[in-house]
Ligand binder design. Structure first.
Ligand code: AMP
Ligand code: ZN
Ligand code: FE
Ligand code: FE
Length: 297
């Protein structure tokens, strides 16, 4: 478990003094901005969160913490507490899993270096995907993909958008189904980070590691392996989870003394995302529990 002393600074970690009010409100701990594959800038996201009645917002871009400063400043204006976060990818038994890191120090040099490395790997993977598409007679250019990525860590959603806008597929989902989804003819894996390495990195950066949307891909055996490796918590509430899945993951959380998290996985500009925003949330006391595990030791 990370403690502020381990950050190598006498300053409390960002988030240690978050003004979370004890009365219950709504927290959304899984959101994306233009720093990865989200459609909104950090400021726009925070404004939207305010309008949706969210009072604690974790910004969790894929392999990027570039949005945190702007989001935090916007949050200060609008009375929203921004939890610094990121979504990392790790590999377990050949499966690509997502790990949400919360309360990391977004200025931690080692963390920033890792993120820069992962983004470089994402770029090389995008190049390989484009090459595969070209051999399939899809004349997509890497530059077009990079225009869609803009300042963000480049990912398959940018490739899907480029394929759609260039008229190679009829929809965003068709791009995944026909070409770039797992097992598709233009699929390429990401750089394979081991879960233990990710957990160590997050801990050394002052944060907590949560398994994102486990309902999508994990057996109980694999989940137990991750818990043994040092996972801190599970994203129990996610739009892809059924009521039964939420109950099941909550029972695992209780059984293994883990922490619980939840959020909308908002990207913006995608079907249902806008209507759902503000509805897939967790109560603030859940965030308070997380924070006390980190900062009260
Ligand atoms: P990447 O990190 O580049 O592998 O992209 C992963 C992201 O692509 C996920 O976070 C989802 O937002 C999106 N994605 C993955 N699979 C699909 C799919 N089958 N249909 C639509 N979006 C998907
Ligand atoms: Zn995403
Ligand atoms: Fe994810
Ligand atoms: Fe996500």
């Amino acid at each position: 478990m990370a403690r502020t002393e381990e950050l190598g600074t006498n300053e409390p970690a960002q988030g240690a003094n978050l003004p979370i009010s004890p009365e219950d409100g709504k927290a959304d701990l899984h959101t994306h901005t233009t720093y990865s594959d989200g459609a909104l800038s950090p400021q726009e996201l925070v404004q939207k969160a305010a309008a949706a009645g969210i009072s604690v917002l974790a910004v969790t871009d894929h392999d990027h913490v570039g949005a945190i400063d702007e989001a935090t400043a916007a949050g200060r204006e609008l009375g929203i507490t921004v939890v610094p976060g990121a979504e990392l990818s790790v590999s377990l038994a050949g499966k690509d899993l997502h790990i949400l890191a919360y309360f990391i120090d977004p200025t931690n040099r080692r963390f920033l270096d890792y993120l820069a490395f992962f983004r470089g790997e994402r770029l090389r993977r995008a190049e390989r995907i484009v090459q595969k598409l070209n051999t399939l007679n899809i004349p997509l250019k890497l530059d077009t993909v990079l225009e869609y990525a803009g300042i963000g860590a480049v990912g398959r959603p940018h490739i899907a958008s480029a394929l759609m806008e260039e008229g190679h597929v009829g929809s965003f989902h068709e791009a995944f189904d026909r070409f770039i989804g797992i097992g598709g003819p233009a699929y390429e894996t990401k750089f394979q980070l081991q879960p233990e390495e990710a957990f160590r990195l997050v801990t050394a950066s002052g944060g907590l590691s949560f398994l994102a949307h486990p309902g999508r891909y994990l057996s109980e055996q694999e989940l137990l392996e991750l818990i043994k490796m040092g996972l801190d918590g599970i994203e129990v509430t996610h739009p892809s989870h059924s009521d039964q899945q939420r109950a099941y993951y909550r029972s695992i959380v209780h059984q293994y003394f883990l922490l619980e998290s939840g959020g909308s996985d908002f990207h913006g500009g995608r079907k249902h995302d806008d209507e759902l925003f503000g509805q897939v949330t967790i109560p603030l006391h859940v965030v308070e529990t997380m924070r006390s595990r980190l900062f009260s030791q």
